[in-house]
Structures are given as C-alpha cells and as structure tokens.
Design a protein around this ligand. Structure first.
Ligand code: SF4
Length: 741
C-alpha cells in the first residue's frame, strides 16, 4: 500500500442517505502516512462532488470511515463446539464443510425450515441476491430475514398496501423544492445529516416561503429547526394524522379531482377520520388544539408538502397503519408524484433498499416479488434453474420468529451475517437464552469481539465494503457501484462468495459458479426486467462509466433521462392503477405506562455513532463526541423519581435492568425518557438499551415496536455502586433498591 493510487469513488457504508465518497489512498508522495488505531496505513475520505445524492457533502461518520477499515478485524475462520470454549482457528474448507454438514443433517432430521439466515442492509446487493438463491432456491426455505425487518419493513408494507409496490416515490431533489417539510418520527439532523443540511439550505434561502414541521416526543436537533414543533405523546402519531385529515376535510382542503380519478377506499377513510375530531386528537396526543390546526393549515395552503419519516414511525406495533396514515394525507391532498411533494421514507442502512430489491425479507423474492405468488415463484425458479416447486409458497420466519423458533429448538443452523443482533434485537436476555438451543450458530463478520460473536460457534471473516466490488441502492433509489479498493483483510472473503461456495458444496455447481460479482449483478438485474424496480439496463461496467443511477433503468434505458420520482403520471402500481387509502383504528403503544412502570422509554441514535458501534466505536474522535450513553429525563420527572442530573440511575422494564448516567433536560416531554441504542455489552459504559424493549410487532409488517416500552427509574446510591461490569452483583443490587419485583 505504499505506491501512489488514484483516488476513487464509492458510496458511504453507513446510513441510507448513501453519500458518494472519494477515497484517498494512505500514501501520498511528500506526505506522512496517517495510521489507524492498530497502526495500519489509513485511507481518507471526502465527499464526492459529482455524486448527485450529496453533491460533495458528508457528515462526520463518512469523513472518518477510513479509520475503521483495519482495527479490530477478524482475519481467519474460528470455531468452537460450545459457547464456553475458546475459539480455535480452522481453514475455510473446514468452515464451509461444517456448514454443509449441518445443512445436510438438518434437512434429513427436521426439514429445510430448521435452517435460517439473518442478514443485513450492510450487504451489497450481490450478497443479498446469492443468499436468496441459496436459502429460497437451493434449500427450499424462505427463512431469510434481514435487519431491515427492525428498520424499514413497515415502510415496505405501507408502500405496498397504499401504492401497490415498495419503492419511495420521491428523490433528494425534492428537498430543493418543498414548501412544507413534514418530519414525523425522524431525527434527520443526527441520523441523515446530509439530507437535513439540504433541507435547511432551502429554508435559509426562503425563510418566509417554506415551513418545517417536526413531530417527536423529544426536542431533537431536528425539532429545534422547526417552525412548528409538536411534542406528541409516544404512540399517538396515527391519531395525529387522522386529526390533520379531519381538519383538512373541514376546510375543504381535499383534492377531489385526484381522489376521484386516482384512489380507492376513500369512504372507509372518511368513516374513521370523522371520529378523530381536533379536540379528541389534541387530548390523545397531549398537544394544544391550536397547534394541530396550524399543521393542518400547512397541508391546506401549501403547494408542495414533503413528508419524511424513519424509525419513529416504522418501529411501532402499528407501523404499517401509521405509514398508511401518512400516505393517506398525501392522497387526500394530491401531494404525490410531483416536484417537492410526496411521502418519503429515509432508510437506516446503506443498502437496505438494495436488499428489498433483491428479495431480502422472508416474504419476498428478487424484483419486488412475493413468495406467496405462484407466478412470481415460477419466474424466479426458472431464472435460477431450479425445478418447479423448489421455492416454498409459505413466507419464512421473520427476525423475531427466528428467535422464537430457536426457543422451541426448531432451528439447528442460524447463520447471521453482517449484523449484530445481540445489540439490535429487543428483549436481549430472551435472545441470548434462545440462541443457546441452536446446534450451530454461524456469524459472518468483519470484526472480532462483537456482541454476537460471544454467542456463536463458527466465525467467518467477511470482507467488508472497500474490499469487495458490488452495488448499493440509497433512499432515493440511486444505485452506486462500490469498487474493491483494498485487498481483503487477512483471510476474509466476500459474503456472496461464501454463500456460493456452500451452494456448490451442496451439489448446485451450475447455479453457484460465478467468475465475479459483476456476473452476479447482471444475473440479478435481468430478473428485475419489467418490474417497478427495473434495473435491467444496468451492470457494473456501465455504472463505472456513467456513475450512480436511479431505477427504474430498464434495458436500453437512457442515462441522461432519469426517473427522478415515481407516479408522476398518477398511475400507481396496484392492479387497477389507483392508490388505496389504507385506514386502521389507532391502537397506541403496546406497553403503556402504569403504576409500576410509570414512564415510556424511547430510543434513538447519536450523530457520531452508527447502529451497534462495530465500526464507529473504533474512531476516537467519534467516541469523544459521545463518551457514554445518557438517560434524558424531564427535570420534573427526575424530581418525582428522586434522581439527579449527572448521577447514575437504575432503569428497569418488565424485561431487564441497566444503570446509566442521568441528563436532566426539558428537551424531552414529561413522562418519556430517552436512551441511545448503540452500546452493547462489549463496550465501555455498556448499556443494553434494547434489552428493556419488548418484541411486540406490527401485525402486517412484523416490525417490533423498538421505540417504546414502559420503565421505572430509581437512584443508584454512588456509595453502594456495584463495581463496573459486575453484572450479577448489579442485578441483585438493583432488585434491592428498585424493590418492585
Ligand atoms: Fe455517510 Fe449518511 Fe453521513 Fe452521508 S449522511 S456521510 S451516507 S453517514
């Protein structure tokens, strides 16, 4: 790595904004080589000015990604028989043999559904695609799910039910044209910072013309920029949306022409909305009625309303209904399929969108197809060259169902790849217990000592972004080619290659023989032909030469004429071309506060950390930004609970305990407390936030309600504090002081 290498472009591997990066090699003539925490020469990154999604802008995470490429890497396959044993090195051949042997045993003993894989929006599309082919085609089980289930599956379900297909209708250019930005359940300033800056830029240029509305129980950095901020009670968002609709209708703000010509199910919508009067909604949400009216007026009087949302809406037991409620507002006012307007989901991960396109959830097949459709299964079986009937018509186990199946001893092989469920899943103690019932837990991972590596038998070193060539799709449906610009670390290999080797060892030589990831991608894009997410005109070579492209990009497509936004012709992807009002009665949160657990814990993210810190936790600069997780609590609640700013508190839900330092702030509404979700048990200042959260899910999207659980907070007397990491002593101690069980 000492020779001069040309700068190259790629996509940032963190959030779903999918910024273009320009990577600069570690050695430059006349300059000292910067080294990372483990002493490896360090690549540097800066924004790619030619990438249409970010136009050269990046945030601190993208700017420091070069520091994460080598420290703490897993460099060879490791195996142990039991979780209590030490890992020992084994060869790749032995490692894939162990997987194949377990698959064969499982198929004979319990059938294909005793095998499951849990993947990730960190995959390249090529990794996702080959995983589908292996599980759904070769093994005959649809038990492939991804961490997108915890992230975007409510958006997927909502788009499908309302518009006929997954696929965000908007594009980032809409941020340059909106007149009202309606942000609900999204802390865009910290989680999608580059988009937030673009949003603010328009506001700064036209301070009187444009308005920003933010809906969030917490006064986030996003909410601070709002013209109207509504700190609603957690879980009251669907009622809020119906209240807005009620007021729009009262003032005749509906777009009758659009509703009559382009939508169905309007009368069902009216039937439910009429009961959500402004007074009832204001009480339900804990906001002044006048504020609700101000927001409704924005939908009435402005030409272009752009709604943005992410986890605050999706991670709810009624997530699909809330997504539907938001899309309904756009159908009611005709604010969709036009410049600066529409419902726009902001994806959490860099390639969760690509995963959805490749069929990376347990009910999907590549090309936005569904396992339940006979026609879709036939097309895919044919393309994959598997006999008719190879793909099961039953949806596979989703993320949480995989845990439940392990609890019952029904899963013999659980293969986790590119994700860290021992931090990101709800009810972590239950997850830990369930995994122990599984005969073989395989973890494909780039780093050593992730939380999940403590609950695995076989560790496979995965090549990560920067070491393998592939594509990723960002939130605006833009596909970027990501080259391999470094050699694979140690013995690590691309995920798709590992999956393909297992397929070959199972005897599917033709189906899993590829010369490169470019071949894999071309096979995948051919399967998207004629679908909404048509990218059949794309391949690696073309993307390299013409740069990032949005889909649809059909065969013979013209790279100069991009399909910036969907549904501009007002024809939706439903069988009759009409959008559907999708309306359900609001239910609120699954675990409301009670005498024993009087507060609602909501969780979120910090600007300088990303997900479970496997990468960002390696960057000193980022760790200094957020040295520890802090429990945000309103000063009056802190007084009621007898806890003090800066001191440690004990936090308890029906599922577990933790200690965490208190930050009193009136940025959070009374009755709600906030914690970040990043810190797992391997981190200094560990704080297993998600262990407190419950698994109850949206019945449609199956996305768990990770955003709200009932908790109680109590002081931890500093004199009697348990020694750090003395978990047993701590649990006993907290039980004594909290004294509620
Ligand atoms: Fe990366 Fe997201 Fe930051 Fe862009 S906004 S640089 S994609 S983390």
């Amino acid at each position: 790595m000492t020779e001069k290498i040309k700068n190259l472009t790629t996509q940032c591997p963190y959030c779903g904004v999918g910024c273009g990066l320009e990577m600069q090699p570690p050695a430059e003539i006349g300059k000292a080589v910067r080294r990372d925490a483990d002493g490896y020469p360090m690549w540097r990154s800066r924004g790619d000015r030619n990438h249409p999604s970010n136009l050269g802008q990046i945030c601190i995470k993208g700017a420091t990604v070069g520091e994460t490429l080598s420290p703490g890497r897993l460099n060879q396959p490791l195996y142990r028989d039991n979780f209590n044993d030490k890992y020992r090195p084994i060869s790749w051949n032995e490692a894939t043999d162990k997987i194949v042997s377990q698959i064969k045993k499982s198929l004979i003993k319990k059938g294909p559904n005793s095998i499951a894989m849990y993947g990730s929006g960190q995959f390249h599309t090529e990794d996702y695609y080959i995983a589908q082919k292996l599980l759904k085609g070769a093994l005959g089980t649809n038990n492939f799910d991804a961490n997108s289930r915890l992230c975007m599956s409510s958006a997927v379900a909502g788009y499908n039910l309302s518009l006929g297909s997954d696929g965000p209708p908007c594009c980032y250019e809409d941020l340059d044209h909106y007149t009202v930005a309606f942000l609900i359940g999204t802390n865009t300033a910290e989680c999608h910072p580059v988009l937030f800056q673009r949003l603010l830029k328009r506001k700064k240029r036209h301070p009187d013309k444009v308005k920003i509305i933010v809906i969030d129980p917490r006064l986030t950095d996003t909410a601070k920029a709002a013209d109207i901020y509504l700190p609603i009670a957690p879980g009251s968002d669907l009622a809020l949306l119906y209240g807005i609709a009620n007021l729009v209708l009262k003032k005749n703000g509906q777009n009758t022409e659009f509703i009559e010509n382009h939508t169905d199910q309007y009368s069902e919508f009216l039937e439910i909305v009429k009961n959500w009067t402004p007074r009832k909604v204001a009480r339900f949400c804990g906001i002044p009625e006048k504020k609700l009216e101000e927001v409704a007026n924005m939908f009435n009087h402005h030409e272009r309303v752009l709604s943005l949302w992410s986890m605050g809406v999706n991670q709810r037991r009624e997530g699909t209904a809330v997504v539907g409620g938001l899309i309904n507002l756009h159908l009611l006012t005709g604010q969709i399929g036009k410049e600066g307007a529409g419902p726009f989901s902001l994806t959490g991960q860099p390639n969760a969108m690509g995963g959805r396109e490749a069929g990376g959830l347990s009910h999907l097949l590549p090309g936005y197809r569904h396992v339940a459709s006979t026609k879709h299964r036939q097309v895919v079986e044919n393309h994959w060259d598997f006999p008719a009937g190879s793909i099961s018509e039953e949806p596979g186990l989703n993320a949480w169902q995989q845990i439940e199946a392990m609890e019952k001893g029904e899963i013999d092989l659980w293969w986790v790849a590119a994700t860290n469920p021992l931090v990101s899943m709800p009810d972590l103690n239950r997850v830990k217990a369930a995994i122990k019932n599984c005969s073989l837990v395989v973890l494909s991972e780039a780093y050593v000592n992730t939380e999940t590596s403590h609950y695995a038998h076989l560790l496979l070193p995965a090549a990560q972004w920067s070491e393998k060539a592939g594509v990723m799709t960002n939130s605006e449906r833009r596909i970027t080619y990501c080259p391999a610009f470094r050699p694979c670390f140690g013995q690590s290999r691309p995920d798709w290659e590992i999956f393909a080797e297992v397929g070959q060892k199972l005897g599917f030589i033709d189906q899993f023989t590829y010369g490169s990831s470019s071949e894999v991608y071309s096979e995948f894009t051919a399967l998207t032909h004629g679908r909404l997410c048509d990218s059949s005109g794309l391949n690696h070579e073309l993307l390299k030469s013409i740069g990032p492209q949005q889909w649809p990009f059909p065969k013979g497509g013209n790279p100069t004429k991009e399909a910036k936004r969907l549904y501009e012709d007002k024809r939706f992807a439903t069988p009759n071309g009409r959008a559907q009002f999708y309306t359900k009665q609001p239910m609120g949160i699954a675990e409301p506060p009670c005498d024993m657990y009087p507060l609602v814990l909501t969780v979120g993210r910090y600007l300088g950390q990303w997900h479970t810190m496997t990468r960002t936790g390696k960057v000193n600069r980022l760790n200094k930004m957020h040295p520890e997780p802090l429990l945000e609590i309103h000063p009056m609640d802190a007084k009621d609970m007898n806890i003090k700013d800066g001191e440690l508190s004990a936090l308890n839900s029906r599922r577990g305990y933790l200690t965490v330092r208190v930050k009193e702030t009136d940025r959070i509404r009374r009755g709600t407390v906030f914690l970040p979700m990043h810190w797992g048990f391997t981190q200094t200042n560990h704080c297993e936030t998600n262990n407190l959260m419950h698994e109850q899910s949206c019945p449609v999207s199956k996305q768990p309600e990770l955003k709200a659980s009932a908790v109680i907070v109590a002081p931890v007397n500093p004199v009697n504090q348990p020694i750090e990491n003395d978990k047993k002593g701590f649990v006993k101690y907290v039980k004594e002081i909290v004294n509620i069980q």
